[in-house]
Design a protein around this ligand. Structure first.
Ligand SMILES: C[S@@+](CC[C@H](N)C(=O)[O-])C[C@H]1O[C@@H](n2cnc3c(N)ncnc32)[C@H](O)[C@@H]1O
Length: 463
């Protein structure tokens, strides 16, 4: 068996022998290994061996690796061969690699063929083609051609064109500082009022993370909506404001679950409302990127028993599982910047202090026991807040809960050296927040500030 060192030696000292080996290696596994080990090829390396393999081998993985090697040679003489291979090829991954290999030539001779690929039905082919054409983006004709793809039906293609041709490319150096700071009057503040009235007083891009559990439609009596659509409209208003006040590329984590509205009589059925799924579509449409779905699993004993009837009669169709899970849906405010950019905004010292210690949750199934509060009927377990804050924010960040309830998020944020900002409309719950935060602030030496809506408006005007 050839070692990697031997392949490197042959490549540099005896390419003829290497080519013979490529043409005569008999098993697929060996040939694939050899092709994958070739690495960078020396100038003037004869690629005919790859052409033979491409034209005659039945194994798509081998054809793919042959094309990859041909691409490394970036030699215009292979244009017709690659074009023929593209039309004959049945494997979509190899077809995409052929386009990429044509792109690597950076040759104007490929342009007419690349234009044809722009019409291809496989969006990956179109993306590869765009990358190849972007090399010539200073050419006005090519730029115009690429701009026509702004209306392409595929969303990734639209984003790529927008990013490459419409947006000014900056490394964001100038606003990195702004990514860390937040207005002081929001820090450790609790505002009592309807969150829709509070949010207009919050400046754009002030918040690093929002973690919240909105009202469960009409399942609890702390808020009542005239219809499910009115409820979804309400959530839409709140989360589009949350989007505005969230910093570029930062996160929103929403805890919801389907709710059941009981039947009004035995003649009617109960109704189940799929809140996480309907809200998901609304959030996507307003410019959040979907990141993850985390399932919060609770012990079955803590769930309402829906099994009693079925347990007796066992007739199919009437099966009703006990609902032991809720969702934590994770979204990121849309941006063309990578997460690296967000992370680079922080000083090394802050990064060090914020690192997640061993023992963190590695799966998206979070088994956390629910907790019960003497005043509020649906509170976050501290453990849930701890994980979300730890995994999605840095020390010194400002975290927001627009539906604070008993304020669990606030007290956990304090204990984790983050600032909080809370909104809650109910009098009694605000008192509960006062109690909870009173205890937490004794430990952390920070004074929470309570404001009415009018006081908060004044603060904004003075800020
Ligand atoms: C599911 S509970 C949140 C519980 C919270 N996660 C906790 O740990 O205590 C939803 C909260 O939203 C509040 N709420 C409902 N509509 C509101 C509105 N328009 N503005 C502010 N708060 C509202 C309710 O009073 C309720 O306390």
């Amino acid at each position: 068996m050839l070692t990697k060192d031997r392949v490197t030696y042959l490549k540099e000292n005896n390419p003829d022998q290497l080519q013979t080996l490529l043409k005569t290696t008999s098993t697929d596994a060996e040939l694939l290994r050899l092709l994958s080990q070739l690495g960078r090829l020396p100038r003037g390396f004869d690629g005919d061996c790859f052409v033979t393999i491409l034209e005659s081998n039945n194994n798509p993985k081998i054809r793919y690796t042959a094309v990859k090697n041909l691409g490394k040679l970036a030699d215009e003489k292979y244009i017709p061969i690659l074009l023929d291979a593209f039309h004959a090829e049945t494997d979509s991954v190899t077809r995409r690699e052929i386009v990429s290999s044509l792109g690597r030539m950076r040759s104007r001779a490929t342009i007419p063929y690349l234009y044809e690929f722009l019409e291809n039905g496989d969006p990956e082919i179109v993306l590869q083609t765009i990358r190849a054409l972007l090399v010539f983006k200073k050419d006005e004709h090519i730029r115009k051609k690429l701009l026509t793809l702004q209306n392409h039906p595929n969303e990734i293609i639209q984003d790529l064109i927008d990013l490459e041709l419409n947006k000014q490319y900056t490394n964001g150096q100038e606003n990195r500082k702004l990514q860390i700071i937040s207005p002081n009057y929001l820090k450790n503040s609790i505002i009592q009022g309807d969150v829709r009235a509070i949010l207009p007083f919050v400046p754009d891009e002030s918040i690093h993370l929002t973690f919240t559990s909105p009202p469960y439609y009409n399942a609890r009596d702390y808020s009542i909506y005239s219809s499910y659509n009115a409820y979804l409209d309400f959530l839409k208003q709140v989360f589009s404001e949350v989007q505005r006040i969230t910093k570029e590329g930062r996160f929103l984590v929403v805890n919801t679950s389907p709710v059941i509205v009981p039947r009004i009589s035995r003649k009617h059925s109960s109704r189940r409302y799929p809140i996480p799924f309907d809200l998901h579509a609304i959030l996507m449409a307003m410019g959040w990127d979907f990141i993850d779905d985390i399932v919060w699993a609770k012990p079955e004993a803590s769930a309402k028993n829906r099994n009693a009837g079925f347990l007796q009669h066992r007739k199919p169709l009437a099966y009703k599982p006990n609902a032991t899970t809720e969702y934590l849906m994770v979204y990121r405010k849309k941006t063309h910047r990578l997460l690296d950019w967000n992370m680079r905004c922080y000083a090394d010292e802050t990064i060090e202090k914020s690192k997640v210690p061993d023992g963190y949750e590695t799966s998206n199934l979070w088994k956390v026991d629910p907790v019960f509060d003497k005043v509020h009927s649906a509170v976050f377990p501290k453990e849930l807040c701890k994980r979300v804050i730890q995994y999605y924010s840095y020390v010194g960040d400002l975290v927001f809960d627009p539906f604070a309830g008993s304020g669990t998020m606030g007290s956990v944020a304090l204990s984790m050296k983050r600032y909080f900002f809370l909104a809650e409309q109910n009098d009694e719950y605000v008192k509960r927040i006062q109690q909870k935060l009173g205890n937490a602030s004794l430990l952390t030496n920070s004074q929470p500030q309570f404001f009415t809506l009018a006081e908060f408006g004044d603060m904004r005007r003075q800020a």
